[in-house]
Design a protein around this ligand. Structure first.
Ligand SMILES: [Zn+2]
Ligand SMILES: [Zn+2]
Length: 553
């Protein structure tokens, strides 16, 4: 009887992003994806959020590799951070590795990281793991589902996928192979993408976007067209380029990642644009607007992106105006709506015509909607079902689909980050927890920590009050102060009386403590904080950060 397989969820179950899962078999660990998450607006100053690496660090010697399902940042973007501490090979398609490579290279880790390219349908051993790479369609080319052939049956990880019957490259999600696994050995456990589980019906095909783009390009004759989409969405870029070339335009990229990724797509033969139709952004200046199509980054309204700068009139290469049409071939990720709206407003003010997914079908999602998940479930017929990849509501919606498609209620498990599952002869059960909190990145510092973030939130929302007092510990007298310095609490000129009163309240508290024999600086600081906090709260109903500074002579 083989030991059970353990599955450890390190991220992506309870949020969109930082997808990361570990599978343990015969004492070895295989990671599936290691992604990042973009911060919420209340995570002040945070650049990125990563999975908690605590558990992985402890298991370092047992990790045999990471399998990357596809090249999106929420699946490979945390690798460059984990690879600073640990070393293991990365397996994935040429596109997946090409996209992951950029970041790893930037971090200077390429020299000691082995990238191993796999082909569609390939089955290979990684340590004790028997791993099969099943093609799936998604919003980045050459994505994979992962089938692990374990002593306890097949564990199928759907990856991010959709069931597009007419994808741009004709490479469909391999339902035939999944059906074959289901009817031969059976699928013991299915872990499936929940992102769009709440959306009813079927996602539109990516090729439908191409038809809309061709139509729009024909209508915009004589005007310069600037499009924005995810730089990794090579099929979208292909369709934009096709529409451009068909209408006698040349294409130029704007934004570093767009340039790099187009180069990657052309090199791998995934993107095909006639050589004569690709020009450098430096060379479009003199061309008639109607002969140009610019493919830009910044579809999420990122303020420092090419499009973000363009909307503020700060782009080095292009000044947008009345001769321009901007097509946002994208959809705002939750949390980015505000930024996208600001970009649209900025462009409209400059006289630009803006076309976005709200007014034309210029975007199609890359994630399966409810009907696609139902189809997938009816083919895979898993013995156990665990929704992954999504906020809790998406996981719940996906679990319901599992039950709707005939899975017994007790065989559909709702898991969250940190949960540990064991799959053995007795079935699947939740057996433990590992740390799986957010790891905050600000600049190059790894862990900012929950405490720092809490402080920043208080500072941003309530401001800070610094109280400085100097005491003579030998005599037990206040020498100078209390002096109060504030930022973001009250408008100082109007608050002079208030500050004077606060000083008096603090002085009284400090003198009381000194009189009762207190000489310990930390204890005095606690007294200062309490007195100042009480006064501030009573008089202003606010709770700024109180920073007491007691100096002794
Ligand atoms: Zn994805
Ligand atoms: Zn994803």
């Amino acid at each position: 009887m083989a030991d059970p397989i353990r599955i450890v969820f390190l991220g992506g179950l309870g949020e969109i992003g930082r997808n990361c899962m570990a599978v343990e078999q015969e004492g070895k660990i295989l990671l599936i994806d290691c992604g990042l998450m973009f911060p919420d607006s209340d995570m002040h100053g945070i650049d990125l959020v990563l999975p908690d690496f605590t558990w992985l660090r402890e298991q370092a010697h047992r990790i045999v590799g990471v399998v990357a399902t596809h090249g999106h940042e929420d699946h490979v973007g945390a690798l460059q951070y984990l690879l600073r501490e640990l070393s293991f090979p990365i397996y994935g398609s040429a596109v997946t590795l090409g996209l992951a490579r950029h970041r790893i290279e930037e971090a200077g880790l390429l020299g000691r990281t082995e990238l191993i390219t796999v082909r569609d349908g390939e089955r290979r051993r990684i340590g004790p793991f028997d791993v099969e790479f099943i093609p799936v369609t998604h919003s980045v080319p050459h994505a994979h589902a992962i089938a692990l052939h374990t002593p306890h049956g097949v564990v199928l990880h759907s990856g991010d996928f959709k069931l597009d019957l007419t994808p741009v490259d004709g490479r469909r999600t391999d339902l035939a192979r999944i059906g074959e696994l289901a009817s031969s050995v059976g699928i013991r456990l299915l872990l499936a993408d929940s992102t769009n589980a709440e959306e009813h019906g079927h996602a539109p095909s990516e090729s439908s976007v191409g038809a809309v783009l061709r139509q729009l390009f024909a209508e915009q004759r004589g005007r310069r067209i600037i499009t924005a989409s995810f730089a990794s969405h090579l099929h979208r870029i292909q369709q934009i380029a096709d529409a451009a070339v068909a209408n006698g335009r040349v294409v130029a990229t704007l934004g570093l990642s767009m340039k790099k990724n187009l180069r990657l797509g052309l090199d791998l033969g995934i993107v095909n644009i006639p050589e004569s139709s690709v020009v450098d952004i430096d060379d479009i200046g003199d061309m008639p607007p109607g002969k140009v199509c610019v493919i830009s980054t910044g579809s999420q309204g990122e303020p420092m992106s090419a499009l973000g700068l363009l909307a503020r009139g700060e782009n080095k290469w292009i000044k947008a105006g009345e001769h321009d049409t901007v097509i946002l071939s994208s959809h705002a990720i939750p949390g980015n709506e505000g930024n996208v709206n600001r970009v649209i407003d900025g462009l409209l003010r400059a006289g630009v015509e803006v076309i976005h997914s709200g007014v034309a079908d210029v975007h199609a999602t890359g994630h399966a909607q409810a009907d696609e998940l139902k189809t997938y479930l009816s083919i895979a017929r898993p013995e156990w079902y665990v929704p992954i990849h999504g906020e809790y509501r998406h996981l719940v919606a996906n679990a319901r689909l599992g039950i709707l498609m005939g899975a017994p209620r007790d065989r559909v498990l709702l898991c969250e980050d940190g949960d540990v599952l064991e799959l053995g002869d007795d079935g699947l059960q939740l057996t433990g927890r590992v740390p799986a909190g957010y790891l905050y990145v600000d600049g190059i510092v790894g862990d900012v920590g929950q405490g720092v973030l809490r402080d920043r939130r208080v500072l941003a929302e309530e401001g800070v009050v610094v109280v400085v007092v100097t005491v003579d510990v030998s005599t037990g007298k206040v020498l100078t102060g209390p002096e109060i310095i504030t930022r973001g609490w009250v408008y100082a000129p109007e608050a002079e009386d208030l500050l004077d009163e606060a000083c008096e309240a603090v002085a009284a508290a400090v003198e009381r403590s000194l009189a009762s024999g207190v000489r310990d600086v930390e204890q005095l600081e606690r007294e200062v904080r309490r007195a100042a906090g009480k006064f501030v709260n009573e008089r202003t109903k606010r709770r700024p950060m109180i920073v007491p500074v007691v100096m002794e002579t």
